[in-house]
Design a binder for this molecule. Structure first.
Ligand SMILES: *[C@@H]1O[C@H](CO)[C@@H](O)[C@H](O)[C@H]1NC(C)=O
Ligand SMILES: *[C@@H]1O[C@H](CO)[C@@H](O)[C@H](O)[C@H]1NC(C)=O
Length: 286
């Protein structure tokens, strides 16, 4: 009932000035990133490593894949720094890791998505240390080659993310970390693959190592405007975060991880709230 106090005081028979009736009411629960994680959402963290020739021969000290006497390089540092943060959100800590752009044994054909442990039925590495060990073991067995194609590995993860959309709750989200020297060959297919993946529970983090020109990576990041597929279809949301590793060489490790992961929580919330999916164990809706 809408009551006009002045009228009520003046008129004797005044009841109301109208009635508002609610026909439909919906309570929308706004979950935070932590609500999803604590509510049972699993982050699937996949790593893609660039094994193309432009990185330089791993036996030569100027190669980006060269392991220094203490066993590190920019690839490993990037894996450690980002992985250490992400693994806290990944319950089983088993990470699928794929390489691209190398000739691989036994036939030395070029592959754009090979498990770095060479086990296609079980591409998982046990924890961040498992990734580091598999990487070190893989390096002497492959021949760095080319071209630098991102789209196969993006589409690979997208297939799993597409399967996850069958679920009725916010139970799985996929993060693909690509570490690369940035000299991409299949830019058009990659744009299309990203626009495709923007409809899925998936984010892509690209860490650029070395001193190459990263204009193409900045372009894929889409922060300066909406990324479009080669046919002009716009991405439905921004899912790519690009970070040049060198910018953080003299800063503390946490600064790189913080910058790399800055956009992911928002991207997770944005995806699940757009599709109105709640965490499997929905504590926030109590
Ligand atoms: C995570 O995604 C990868 C593909 O990137 C897939 O191989 C793996 O099976 C997925 N893990 C789970 C638990 O869904
Ligand atoms: C888009 O993603 C779906 C699901 O993974 C895949 O089947 C399809 O080939 C992709 N399309 C393009 C153009 O990459």
């Amino acid at each position: 009932e809408c009551i006009n106090e002045k009228k009520r005081q003046k008129k004797k028979n005044y009841k109301n000035s109208g009635i508002v009736s609610v026909k439909h009411c919906e309570i929308v629960v706004e979950c935070t990133f932590l609500d999803y994680i604590m509510g049972g959402c699993q982050l699937n963290f996949t790593v893609g490593i660039d094994f193309t020739g432009s990185n330089g021969d791993p036996r030569s000290p100027d190669s980006l894949h060269y392991l220094s006497p203490d066993g590190v390089n920019e690839y490993l540092t990037a894996i450690w720094t980002v992985g250490m943060v992400v693994q806290d959100y990944d319950t089983d800590k088993m990470f699928p890791v794929f390489g691209f752009g190398a000739q691989i044994p036994p036939s030395y054909q070029v592959s754009h998505e090979f498990p770095i442990n060479f086990n296609p039925s079980n591409p998982f590495c046990n924890g961040i240390q498992g990734i580091v060990d598999a990487y070190r073991a893989c390096l002497p067995q492959v021949r760095l080659y080319g071209p630098t194609n991102f789209s196969p590995i993006i589409n690979h993860v997208a297939r799993f993310a597409a399967a996850a959309t069958q679920q009725q709750t916010a139970s799985q989200y996929f993060i693909l970390l690509i570490i690369t020297d940035g000299v991409i060959t299949d830019l058009d297919q990659t744009r299309t693959a990203i626009v495709n993946a923007s409809k899925l529970p998936m984010s892509i983090i690209i860490v650029g190592v070395g001193g190459a020109d990263f204009d193409a990576m900045e372009f894929l990041d889409g922060d300066n405007g909406v990324l479009r597929s080669s046919s002009g279809e716009p991405a439905v949301r921004d899912i790519v975060q690009f970070v040049p590793f060198r910018k953080f060489q003299i800063s503390p490790k946490e600064a790189l991880a913080q910058c790399v992961l800055a956009e992911v929580p928002q991207q997770v919330v944005n995806y699940f709230s757009t599709y109105k999916l709640l965490p499997p164990k929905n504590s926030a809706a109590k």
